[in-house]
Unconditional design. Structure first.
Length: 112
């Protein structure tokens, strides 16, 4: 299914709590999400969720790239509603990423 299993597994690994509470593992998550991107480099899911992973790790420039790619990805007719919703999420995430970049830049000049 064009890397969907890797997207799901990668998302589970980065959203789950770490050991000893859960099975979360950022290294495994990144590997799974990157594999999904290798399988489906133009997919909405693979780009959005890797962007979300990067945003969660404060890699704003990289996250922005993947959100833009998700927004530009073609909508699948068999997944029309889900893809439209995910594009809207990617648009909000992109806006959030850009606002965080501006906020971080402003904080560089704050004197404590």
């Amino acid at each position: 299914m064009k890397g969907s299993a890797y997207v799901m597994l990668g998302t589970l690994y980065y959203m789950a709590p770490m050991w000893p509470i859960g099975f979360g593992d950022d290294a495994t998550a990144q590997k799974m999400l990157q594999t999904a991107l290798q399988i489906n480099p133009d997919g909405i899911d693979s780009n959005y969720f890797y962007g979300d992973f990067l945003l969660a790790h404060n890699k704003l420039d990289e996250a922005e790239t993947y959100f833009k790619h998700a927004i530009a990805a073609p909508v699948r007719p068999e997944q029309l509603h889900a893809d439209i919703q995910l594009k809207e999420e990617a648009t909000r995430a992109l806006r959030n990423t850009q606002e965080r970049k501006i906020s971080n830049a402003k904080n560089l000049f704050v004197d404590f």
